[in-house]
Design a protein. Sequence first.
Length: 212
Amino acid sequence: MITKAPIIHVVDDDGSFRTAVARLLQASGYQVALYESARQLLEKPPGMEPGCILLDVRMPGMSGHELQARLVKIGNALPIVFLTGHGDIRMSVRAIKAGAEDFLSKPVSRKTLIEAIQRALVRHQEARERNLRLASLRAVAATLTPRESEVFALIVRGKLNKQIAHELGTTERTIKAHRHAVMQKLKVGSLAEAVSIAERLGMLPGAISGEA
């Protein structure tokens, strides 16, 4: 199976820079898409293909920071690497806090730029894989009936069958049947595995959804 090279979306109002960086990136094995403004990229936002956005900060019209905010708003998850000749600590902190992968200053060496892009691509791929695993877990959990979901929520909190039966106003035998169905649907063989799924789904106190 042939895997397409990631697409690096270069957004910069400096035409000579766009040309130079495009040559560098293509020589490094990447596909390149060039935009002379933030609005040009927004006219046709990047799709789901692997890649990242190499973004200038100061541009006529919409700034790089403003584009970053717009992309977050529309749900575009491509990682952003800022590359600017007008950067300072305040700008870099703002960009990173807003989710940028890196903030580089022009001029930048080929090695530094490629390493930053590679880090961004790796982290993005890891995030995509986590999201896919989480979506799969959510799909499995959605197959539980309302009562099975209640039983699932209680068993992962350490409740015994007897306690669950009392809380739900039914028999222990019925709870055992529901518990068996839950474990089968989740395809787990132990309580520890069920708890792990609940944690990844954010069902337990202090759990953070998404750590699939």
